[in-house]
Design a protein around this ligand. Sequence first.
Ligand code: ADP
Ligand code: 5GP
Length: 191
Amino acid sequence: MNDEGKLVVITGPSGVGKGTIVKALRQKYSNIFLSISATTRLPRQGEVDKQDYYFLSRDEFERMINDNQLLEWAQYAGNYYGTPRQPVLEQINQGKVIILEIEVLGARQVKQSFPSAMRIFILPPSLEVLEQRLRGRGTDSEEVIVKRLTKATEELAVSHEFDYQVINDTLESSIELVEKIIFPDANLKNV
Ligand code: ADP
Ligand code: 5GP
């Protein structure tokens, strides 16, 4: 049955299209929820506290780590990012599908704390395309883009560790593939 709660981890390098794919799935499926992460990164223009992220100071974030309130966490490009544990457990208990859209180090940790999680790695068609997407998004400074691209090479090297690999070439086909992975009998499902 597909109506049981499940935890889906979507990972891959920054700029590969994780957010775009997840947004499309959430528009289609009313029982999909996106976990709101905590971060010490500053909000980008238009980002709203408690909707896009819980924007925290380093002290506040470290307190959450020490109090074991995070399902996973990692440092990425100079900031902390992590998934608050409690909301994930609540949604799963309510039979929802909860998606974590997180970087690779955190995604690796989820296997330990949540062995039944379904972990999907999104790859770019090439590093050149990844760079174009990061630049095209227009949200990051040159320094941040360079950091993210450097990180991407390391991240892509471990893509085989994950349960599924999806190359995000054409958006429509990537969305369809991820949908089939999460809901293998999607045609039968009420959306
Ligand atoms: P991530 O969440 O992985 O950091 P985003 O979803 O923000 O990445 O996507 C980065 C940029 O690439 C965005 O501008 C998005 O519109 C674009 N994008 C995503 N998927 C594709 C695709 N398949 N083809 C072309 N552009 C894409
Ligand atoms: P951004 O700064 O672009 O919002 O996010 C940077 C990276 O951190 C992205 O790859 C994003 O998926 C990841 N990320 C967001 N939230 C979390 C989280 O809760 N945990 C981990 N490990 N990574 C996260």
